[in-house]
Ligand binder design. Sequence first.
Ligand SMILES: *Cc1c(COP(=O)(O)O)cnc(C)c1O
Length: 410
Amino acid sequence: MSEGFTTRILHSDRRGSVEHGALHKPMHTASAFGYEDAQTLVDVFQGRNPGYSYGRQGNPTTAALETKLTEMEDGIGTVSFSTGMAAIAAVLTTLLREGDHVVSSGFLFGNTNSLFATMNGLGVDVDFVDATDAANVERALRPNTRLVFVETIANPRTQVAALAEIGALCKARGVLYVVDNTMTSPYLFRPKAVQADLSINSLTKYICGHGNALGGAVTDTGLFDWTAYPNISPSYRGIKPAMQGLQQIKKKGLRDMGATLGSEAAHRIAAGAETLSLRMDRACATADALAAQLAAHPKVKRVYHPSLPDHPQHERARALFKRGGALLSFELQDGLDPVRFQNQLRVVISATHLGDNRTLAIPVAQTIYWEMGPERRREMDIADSLIRVSVGIEEPEDLLADFARACDAV
Ligand SMILES: *Cc1c(COP(=O)(O)O)cnc(C)c1O
């Protein structure tokens, strides 16, 4: 019988190479690794020996975290990065070339959207589609489409992509399927279950959870046939076919670009990951209760959370995810000011970021969607009164009372 999610995280270090009996992987801060026999160094460089060479390509602490992420995602390997954006940038810049085409969900983390604009400037064509319907993705595919990119639950409006249908489509067409699993985390959802080839996590969010470290990771699920992918450099064709994609991401994206995860951050993220399931269960249950409370309040116009029966992808979320996620958003009735509303909150903090243990709220149109202007906001259906809430792990009654008070006072 296979062990549970949390048991495996807790005992992962102990089952690896234990140092001095330490139950946590120690924090390795060495930049370089030396060997008594120069041949060993040569073997490390040539990939015949699994040792470490230089800290930019990782160290035992980051490797221990990568092992846990691979387990969590049921993958074949993971490469960690200094941030989630560095992980996404490594995937796109190492696997795409001028003249390639990408289909991406239009409901996208803002910085990923901006990164796609950069890729466009480098000669990669990008089509943004409504990925809640796989037919839109299918229509956008071209002979030179190399990659389809989606998020699991979109931020801030919580749309759920047609994850399984897009997976089947990508498999049938041999297109690489990349899923940003940040909003669900591998505890709520494994992209491998919908035939995703690469799963990306911003470790900064739920996996770390404590808001005290940044990190990102790419996990290969082992489902993609890299021998058929045209953009793998001849230098990496010699290794096991299943590892060719990740090898290129590691060498070109981590070693050459250098956005390496520090060992202190890796250690904090690994400690946070131990309680991922407990934190997620609590925060998601509170988010369900808060969504229901807000939906019933006369000063609230609309609430967006997959747990609500009127959410357009409510059934899909129930079928795919262990829970509906810990992020919700809501619109106040016309004329009510989201800034004033937030100023009534005493427990909830006005802050950007999500996946923190503390509950955070942000007026969306005035902050993270400000730069794109009113017209684009209208197109994306972002109302001026929209407030995004990243639900934390405070006692649920404290949060429900805080929002009830602000609703009454605004
Ligand atoms: C935050 C976030 C990222 C970027 O992660 P960082 O660690 O902040 O760089 C990427 N995708 C999603 C869905 C996110 O929420």
